[in-house]
Design a protein around this ligand. Sequence first.
Ligand code: COA
Length: 697
Amino acid sequence: MTDTVTDAVALDLLGDILVATVDNPPVNALSHAVRAGLVAAVDRLENDGDARAMVILCAGRTFMAGADIREFGKPMQDPQLGNVIDRLDACGKPIVAAMHGTALGGGLEVALACSYRMADPAARFGLPEVTLGLLPGSGGIVRTPRLIGVEAALPMITEGRPVSADHAQKTGLIDEIATGDLREAALAFAARIVADGAKLRRTSDLPVPEYDRALLDQARTTLARKYKGQNAPQQAVDLIEMASDTAFREAAHKEFAACKALVASPQSKALRHVFVAERAALKIDGVPRDTKPREVRKVAVVGPGTMGRGIAICFLDAGLPVVLIGNNQDTLDKADTVIRKIYGGQVKRGRMSEAQVNDRMAALTLTLDYDGLDGVDLAIEAVTEDMDVKKDVLSKLEQALHDRAIIATNTSFLDIEALASSLSRPENFAGMHFFNPANVMKLLENVRAKATAPDVLATMTAIGRKLGKTPVMVGRSEGFVANRMLSKRSREAQFLLEDGATPQQVDRVLTGFGFPIGPFALADLAGMDIMAAARQTRIAGMTQRERDCDIVDQLAAAGRLGRKTGSGYYLYDEEGKGHPDPAVEELLAAHRTKRGLPQREITDQEILERCLYAMVNEGAHLLDEGGAARPGDIDVIWTSGFGWPRHLGGPMFWADQIGLAKIKDALDTYCALVGDQYFTPANLIETRVAEGRGFFD
Ligand code: COA
């Protein structure tokens, strides 16, 4: 008979095996009802003379996926997870964890405290706390190295890297992979243990196997580079070292204390904010949660240029056949060559096999016409940024496709409503703004137009996820969110050069903040010819000062095209390292004289504020205009696409930490210094400051 001990845990005694089933949708997080239920299960196991062993398994899609993130920051109700783990560890009868889906964080810690672990072949195991600025606090750090050794434990704990069932079995993290039904296999496994004398195995009794101490310093160096500015990965290494030199109980106390302190750290708050914001971004206003996405079985991409090729690769990689349409054979041939070359690179790096490349190329059709689009459920145009050219392509697609096929534009700055107006089925139309290189960049700005049907919006989000991207739905606005905010940072970076800063000073301040690369080093990488051409496309909408600020054009005219010519904002040596160049100083000095701009000493603070507050203000303008739905969406865009350090939570979260009142004061100062047209605070900032609120209050 099933005994429901709490809302989330039920017990069944089957012969002499007690089965504890955790059922706490959606991911069986270790909320209070689960923790209390597990303690009740151990009580029952210890006190029921008929029960000789226990199996813990989970209902639904996954084993326990960790602590309940929604309980963080609130007082934690007893029993704490640590108490649950202690009870499992101390239990005098064997317990088997039977895992499927993902056993993560506290979920894996529960399993590590059991005597035996078995799993479904597709299960994955991980300690992802570090990705939330936390560390495992209930035995993950003290038990994992004891069980599998420091070398195997390091990437799991310091980077949150999950491992597969095969890998887990090889390292000894789990004992057995189930064949067939997991519950049946777990019962049979437990029966064997009972038949074998119901032996206990406590990870806490094991020593940490000997290991090469150099591994720790290597990890510290690698992590400092990979997770620049993040505290938790470094602390993880320190704790692993501590755990290998300290008796189990004392080490467990230290582990818990370190984790507890991290919960309140600004970095963890920011990383948790991004985790929640990423999931919130998948919920689209006006699209009920049960909206069924349309089926997408085949895709067409129009325009075999850089973007079109990258987009085609995204879909091929996701297992969908693609028709790539061009308007001349040369560009199609080039697309074929370039796509093969990109896949060839993957083969060289060992990421793909020749057979996989052949399969993908076989799924790609290159064509000059719009015939043969039967079965295409989604078409994306990626042709020249010209309203008439795009409208022509959209109408050809509408004629060639079935009535419910979705048509998307990859425009970067054209008006989505103007494009929609050219269609007779605008409900099927939306934007899918990929970023170059489309097959690499995680960010996907999906753009909704007024008439876009809810199930089309749901499909675009679902497709984004299928492509392995971070899809964020944005609204109509000029330049959408990412590029538009970036353009304000770029503008200020250029103006700062005019005012007296150097490229290396601006780059140093922004990389010091946490961006992987500064704007000028990035321009040198992209190429000054490309930057100058991009500037020309925007020149009509520029202010007089922006037009006059033609440093990019001057560098391009001087042949300083960036890395590819050995000089740009920097001078590159033979190893490709950039150095400040007196010739650039001279060019800037001459530019300032010509423009009659006095050179000032620019502080690092001014650089940071002008570049980043301009972005925050633009984000607020976008929220005012409906270009972005939520401040969290903007944070997701910037942390997933444009190098904003994740542990600083994105521009809008960061702004709240600084305080909007302080930001508004600075914006007012820069209105006087740089110009009202650049820094007038957005209405949202004015109103939030007047109400004493931030973006997220
Ligand atoms: N606590 C509370 N809720 C959680 C959660 C957790 N630890 N992990 C996931 N959820 C919620 C999500 O917020 C989402 O809720 P929503 O549907 O209301 O948006 C839902 O569970 C599904 O999560 P999602 O990430 O969309 O599903 P998925 O199938 O893509 O991934 C996981 C599932 C478990 C792999 C993923 O959610 C995950 O990595 N979770 C965090 C695990 C973790 O870090 N644990 C350690 C915590 S210290």
